[in-house]
Design a protein around this ligand. Sequence first.
Ligand code: COA
Length: 320
Amino acid sequence: MSVKVRFGTRDDIDALVEVNCSDVETWYHYSSEGRGNPASYDELSSWERVMHGGPWMDRSALIEYWKRMERLNIISLVAELGGKVVGHLDVIFSEEFPLGYFLYLDVLMVHKAYRRRGVARTLIKEAEKLAKSRKAKFMLVQPEEYEGPSGLTYRSCGFKKFLEVYVFETAVDVSVMPQNVCLTTIPQTQEVPLKTHTMICGWYNIGIKMWDHGVNPYIELSRVFSCPQLALCTLTGKEMYFFYIRRDYFNRLRGSIALWAPISFNEENLEQVFSAAKVVASWLGIRHLTTRTIEKYRDLLEEVGFVLKSKAEPYLAKKL
Ligand SMILES: CC(C)(COP(=O)(O)OP(=O)(O)OC[C@H]1O[C@@H](n2cnc3c(N)ncnc32)[C@H](O)[C@@H]1OP(=O)(O)O)[C@@H](O)C(=O)NCCC(=O)NCCS
């Protein structure tokens, strides 16, 4: 039986939830204290199901997420085997400094009962055709594990290590707002600033997705966990910077930050903006900020007081 790939639609939502749920062996309750007792799928609320792997785990959450996919032009490639939906690969085109124009492979999942039959390989080949047809320069992905099934799948399809990712941390030890920084909310007219600005830190995902998380947060999860988050704009002279801080769901003293600076930023201004971001983190009760960055900004983060903690899974790329 050969694998057929097509564009997914809202009509595929139930089948996509089934594919993703196949990966979960035991379901658990969740609260602001963290993971609770095992439970059946039916006993869990929508957001408790989401905690097991994102909005693909629950029908109503995926209906909601589909709006976000449409806003961001995320394309869902759906794989069928004998007429049954057995996998999907969600992809998004983006143009960002310093990467250029590329196709990002965002989410890949194959039903547990249909693995090692070439479903993922066929989905990735279709993504490649799409990327070539729209003249993307390369495809990019951050596999869950370089040495695990996801990394091995992409590497078997010709993907190579492209960007190392570094995990940094800093103590929130500043409480006075720097004088030459003016904090404001992000103007509603603000265009996604990914060609004029660079993501210095926040490499949990590519810029377009991190920006969207910042300006359109998942309200339901923030509400359930009483977990504050703020996306702000800072002005220093003529330069505009943006940052997004979120407190962790389960550890109230920790949070994470993503920060965008103009492409040719002034290092002194950047230092001031990081100080301002730390002050904002302290307003949210955060004592330690974590972030991720790439080689290009590693030294810079150390200069503004972050300490290298570990490496995360690298991004892989395939040139086209
Ligand atoms: C990773 C995943 C998508 C692979 O899907 P799949 O349809 O089983 O993959 P394919 O059959 O197309 O495999 C293609 C090649 O990848 C490699 N590969 C895939 N799974 C592997 C595994 N578990 N161990 C070793 N190599 C593996 C093999 O080289 C394989 O070719 P082969 O079967 O001829 O040896 C699937 O295991 C999955 O959904 N995992 C859980 C979610 C996940 O990790 N998603 C990726 C997030 S980035």
